[in-house]
Ligand binder design. Structure first.
Ligand code: IPE
Ligand code: IPE
Ligand code: MG
Length: 252
């Protein structure tokens, strides 16, 4: 397939029927390897990754994307050494303070998905403040996946539904896909249309397992700190050229 040059207005250029993704989800991977290649400690990769988060968020908002979900910390990432965990939690808290300007200037809404009970109090406090500041915004929904695991999310949804059934508020037969979706952390968001992974690995690492059932996958070898606007535009351009069939047949 011949790809057109990346354009700053893919909605206008795209093939009719498959234009701009409404929801982009990103697995921001490769920070540690980026740093190690430069003889730096792994945490330097995370630090540089924050700049990529800001640039990517601003670009997605400017393009008119409705939701951007960023995988910041998985429920499996607790296996890492304490010094890296401390740094990551500190970085997240700092992000929630220092990026308020970006969120306000771009009119963004902010949400965090994942389990809260293992997160440091400082992170939860700054999240609360930042969410309050963004409460009246109507722009792109920025969703941070923190202590997030797709399987844990599904288990949490099942527990909620089972509890409702036990209380007699719900007949098991009434549970359908739409109702199940409304019990996930992402309730109210459209499913991701485009899933981007940096760092080159061809796996989903427990990310949005239910929601990505028909997402278009786009993987680059480039590490997250090196991911640039051109890469994002290339991903969106490639997305626009894909034929999404959802199990059906090509019209005509
Ligand atoms: C992604 O980068 C960020 C987190 C998982 C927190 P990594 O830290 O996984 O970097 P690599 O994959 O080891 O290079
Ligand atoms: C996925 O990256 C999680 C985040 C980007 C936050 P990992 O580095 O944890 O994934 P694996 O271990 O390579 O599958
Ligand atoms: Mg990794």
């Amino acid at each position: 397939m011949t790809q057109a040059e990346p354009s700053s207005s893919p909605r206008a250029d795209a093939d009719p029927g498959n234009s701009l993704p409404r929801h982009v989800a990103i697995i921001m991977d490769g920070n540690g390897r980026w740093a190690q290649r430069r003889g730096l400690p792994r945490i330097e990769g995370h630090r540089h990754g924050v700049d990529t988060v800001r640039r990517t968020t601003e670009k997605c908002a400017a393009l008119g994307i409705e939701a951007l979900t960023l995988y910041c910390f998985s429920s499996e990432n607790w296996k890492r050494p304490p010094v890296e965990l401390d740094f990551l939690m500190h970085l997240l808290e700092q992000y929630l303070v220092e990026e308020r300007r970006t969120l306000i200037d771009n009119g963004l809404r902010l949400n965090m998905i994942g389990r809260r009970d293992r997160l440091p109090a400082g992170v939860l406090r700054e999240l609360e403040i930042t969410q309050q500041l963004c409460a009246d915004h109507t722009g792109m929904q920025l969703v941070l996946a923190v202590d997030y695991g797709g399987r844990a999310e599904i288990v949490d949804a099942v527990r909620q539904l089972a509890a409702k059934a036990q209380r007699g508020e719900l007949q098991p037969d009434a549970i359908d896909e739409a109702m199940f979706s409304e019990h996930l952390y992402t309730a109210g968001l459209p499913d991701p249309d485009l899933l981007i992974r940096t760092g080159g690995d061809m796996r989903v690492s427990n990310y949005l397992l239910w929601q990505i059932s028909y997402a278009e996958l786009w993987v680059t070898d480039r590490s997250w700190p090196d991911f640039r606007e051109e890469d994002l535009m290339q991903a969106i351009q490639d997305f626009s050229g894909r034929q999404r069939r959802f199990g059906g047949l090509v019209p005509g």
